[in-house]
Ligand binder design. Sequence first.
Ligand code: HEC
Ligand code: HEC
Length: 280
Amino acid sequence: MSCGTCHNLSNGFTDNGLVFSINDIGAPTIRNSSPLFNLAWTDKGFFWDGRAMTLEEAINDAINNEQHPEWETTLLDIQADDTYELEFAKAFEDAKVDQTNVVKAISSFVRTLISKDSKYDLSVRGQATLTPLEQEGFDLVFTTERGDCFHCHGVYPFMTDNDFHDNGLQDVNAIAAYDDQGLGGFNGVSTDIGKMKAPPLRNLSYTAPYMHDGRLTTLDEVIDFYSEGVHATPNVDPLMKQALQGGVQLNAQEKAALKAFLLTLDDPTFISNEDYESPF
Ligand code: HEC
Ligand code: HEC
């Protein structure tokens, strides 16, 4: 099974609209497949729960975890393929087709996956202008704290702070009740339970469904969630300032503006970049 099975270019390297993916031995993954771009700058941990610190660790983990729990058989297949033998001899001094070099090769490729040419990026570079509605949505996200998204998703150009937060998604009122403990489940710190990696607000048109468990199907559902569906969970982030009121309470016009702005972060040149297409 290739990485591309669950990380498809035209879906921003997520899994074809699926909530969960099916791995090489037919088992479902426990979380929604992550988008893969701009990961060269990830500095606070990979996966929804932060269980890998470096990209190499993350790729190794993806191979042994999401992809195939008994990876040795796949490695034998790769070693039996002459193409890889030749290519690895060109790329590595030791010419070995082993797991270390496979991880290095995949990591090097993943670092080249860069999304930077959305309409919003062009507007930052003075090459496009946002419509009034898009501009209003931008103001909701950034300039005022009205929409309150920028604390976690506002670091340009990534549109995520790459950090871990509890955004009040899970409907729980006790630490023990979180269905998915996220970062806290990995590091054992009780105040980190329920925290997930904040995903980038890029390419959202291509990466549905949303959230670590794919529970939200459309962008409208995401906006409704932040507007009036937020739960005051035990570890809810202090930056979710209106969690006690259930969210930031946007009216219909503001919701439309927020959505219009989010769509300016789609990068069609990224998902059609031939350099990223499967060579097979
Ligand atoms: C069976 C489907 C599946 C396969 C195959 C798969 N992945 Fe994933 N990938 C996922 C899922 C699901 C997640 C989220 C898992 C989590 O956070 O617990 C993920 C997360 C990741 C992440 C973390 C991204 C981030 O933002 O932190 C990276 C990197 C990644 N995969 C790379 C790969 C690579 C490289 C391969 C091939 C070696 C691969 N994956 C194969 C489903 C898959
Ligand atoms: C306190 C930090 C924080 C704030 C503020 C915040 N988010 Fe998030 N956002 C997150 C986290 C963490 C997740 C992942 C949660 C999960 O999956 O359990 C997320 C997920 C998302 C997703 C899903 C992306 C995907 O690939 O699945 C979207 C879209 C999103 N947020 C948009 C927004 C918008 C719009 C706002 C403002 C109205 C906002 N966020 C405010 C932290 C935040």
